[in-house]
Design a protein around this ligand. Structure first.
Ligand SMILES: O=P(O)(O)O[C@@H]1C[C@H](O)[C@@H](CO)O1
Length: 308
């Protein structure tokens, strides 16, 4: 963990290429697996697994549901497309610096990927997006970025990168189209997929009801603790980005708080009141829904890769 990122990426690339057969050395697509979503490796062929600890510059994930392994393999029908997947990512709340968080994205770009499929587990802020939905992200809202927590702050890793990165087209319309076409081919129910805006929060706390209401009112559909730093680095590196959020829980946004005043007054008046109790979200719940729905997400990813 920390800020000691080498500004030359060669050592990491060399350590990776050294253990790969020639057909996997130049992956075409990168995949980042969110909480509990690393199962995609089970459908890779010719798999080579490289623990993060064997790659200079990589940190270690400390979050349950995140393995610290880079997986290379062939994905899709026919000869298959060479891909690289991060089976586990880094979050700033673990104590990783932002440059560590996005380091693997930069290395995947150096290895030659052109497209990146980023997945995550997220909470829904939108009553019409229930648990289990896969949300194809069309935009993001990143309060940390707006207030000075941006992975692109500071000296650039290459002078060839744009200093002022436009984000109006961060989420590739072409790749998003492929996701919806893939869902059609897989005969997924219309309700399986939605489109929406992802709010990035630092975590590790889940949202208070007031925070949930705020994020909803300013236009977010789902909320999570990852992804946006990776999107920014990927766009800076010139990659096409698509993000799929699996909704694992609903963020409680009651319009009014459970009123303790009302409850006490009713009790003193001898009345029985049934006021709504807050639901409590947990990472165990996030992982359980991830496990239940990961299969569909994986099929979708495979089908998108197949159609590239
Ligand atoms: O890595 P992702 O974004 O999938 O993980 C989510 C956000 C937090 O890390 C964790 C909270 O349950 O799941």
């Amino acid at each position: 963990m920390g800020d000691d990122i080498p500004l030359s990426f060669d050592a990491s690339v060399d350590a990776i290429k050294r253990v790969l057969p020639i057909n996997l050395q130049s992956p075409r697509v990168g995949i980042i697996c969110g909480s509990g979503l690393s199962g995609i490796v089970n459908v890779f062929r010719d798999v080579v697994l490289i623990p993060y600890e064997n790659i200079p510059g990589f940190s270690t994930s400390t979050v349950p549901g995140h393995k610290s392994t880079l997986a290379f393999g062939l994905l899709g029908s026919g000869e298959g497309v060479p891909v690289v997947a991060m089976l586990g990512r880094f979050h700033p709340y673990e104590g990783h610096s932002l440059s560590s968080v996005v380091y693997p994205v930069r290395i995947m770009a150096k290895l030659g990927i052109k497209d990146i499929i980023i997945t995550n587990a997220a909470g829904s802020l939108n009553p019409s997006i229930p648990v289990g939905t896969i949300v194809v992200i069309q935009d993001h809202l990143a309060l940390p970025n707006l207030t000075g927590m941006n992975p692109l702050l500071g000296p650039q890793t290459s002078k060839d990168l744009p200093r002022f990165l436009p984000l109006s087209d961060a989420y590739s319309p072409a790749l998003r189209r492929l996701v919806f076409l893939a869902a059609h081919q897989l005969q997924l129910d219309d309700s399986a997929l939605a489109e929406g805006t992802y709010a990035w929060v630092s975590g590790p706390t889940y949202e208070t009801p007031a925070e949930g209401r705020f994020l909803r009112r300013v236009g977010a559909d789902v909320v999570g603790m990852s992804t946006v730093p990776e999107v920014l680095a990927a766009r800076e590196e010139g990659l096409n980005v698509v993000v799929l959020s699996l909704v694992t829980n609903f963020v409680v946004i009651p319009e009014t708080y459970r009123s303790i005043k009302e409850e006490v007054q009713a009790e003193l008046a001898g009345k029985k009141v049934e006021l709504p109790q807050a639901q409590v979200v947990s990472h165990a719940e996030v992982l359980a829904i991830g496990q239940e729905k990961a299969g569909i997400l994986m099929k979708l990813v495979e089908s998108v890769v197949d159609s590239l």
